[in-house]
Design a protein around this ligand. Sequence first.
Ligand SMILES: C[S@@+](CC[C@H](N)C(=O)[O-])C[C@H]1O[C@@H](n2cnc3c(N)ncnc32)[C@H](O)[C@@H]1O
Length: 336
Amino acid sequence: MKTQIQPLEYSHFPVMLSEIIQIIIPSKGGLFVDCTFGGGGYSKAILKFPKTKLISIDRDSTVMPAAKKLEKKFQDRFKFYQLKFSELKSITKDKADAIIFDLGLSSIQLNNLKRGFSFKSNDKLDMTMGLTDISAQEAINNLSEKQLKLIIKVLGEEKEASRIAKNIVIARSQKKITRVDELVQIIEKSKKKNFLSKINPCTKTFQALRIFVNKEISELIHGIINATEFLKPGGKIIVISFHSIEDKIVKYFFSNFSKNKSKPSRYLPEDNKNNIELFEKYINKVIKPSKSEILENNPSRSAKLRFATRSNSSFIYPYDLIKKFNKYLDIEAVNV
Ligand SMILES: C[S@@+](CC[C@H](N)C(=O)[O-])C[C@H]1O[C@@H](n2cnc3c(N)ncnc32)[C@H](O)[C@@H]1O
């Protein structure tokens, strides 16, 4: 039989799949939620275990044909919804055994140059993952210099944000910036040459814009809170993150709301200052892809997996998490 090789553009290599299977143990059965369907890598792997039920979501409508095909094949065990993490509450009344988030973009999204996520694109500045209010083009042409600088500096952790924001504003006063290659030229012109740096000069600005357009930090914070609310006691929440802001949030959530570290919430009434112990004792351990996985799939090199186990304490809303990372939420909430 001939093996069909899929063009790279249409495939996504699921990151740390075997580690995830070891954590969630689907062979025992149960209800699983895959919050980032993407190329369907995790979903298909979970459905191979006959006692599992699976709900998957993704904000991107382009995954629908593959998800619908899977729904047909596993009619009584699989359901897909086009939703964002922040809308997670509405999908089921049942409690889940494990909920998985594999953050960021799939290779399918990145390699489709028409979507404008890649700095190799000559297409329009779009960068929308789906269910967004604005595109990168609207952000670039309408935000003030001060707002652009803040977004690029904080969400992209870009040291040269000032010059980049300034040059964007100068360029757009002459002509509206509509294409990815136009933005690439502005960033390259703005940055000092650093021949030692291994990363592309555009990486951080593109990361910042993508996070802003898709409100990725707000989505992550509301997503992990929503997921925790509908996990069974003993259920696992797993997050794979790809940059430091995401990992900082996940680490804070899992460690500060666990049995070993929890503190009373400042937002609870004085007579009800319970510790919020959403998770069992948290071992602050990051799991990273093996050397062989990185060799096979280079984009996995920056992945960090963390997981926590839901305790049997009742759910109390962790307002302190929102307060702690409000800086990012405020930046993403800027109106364009
Ligand atoms: C890295 S890919 C997931 C790949 C998947 N694990 C696989 O094995 O094929 C991330 C996916 O999550 C989706 N996504 C990102 N943020 C989301 C959000 N806030 N709500 C719903 N889906 C989101 C993206 O559209 C993308 O398809």
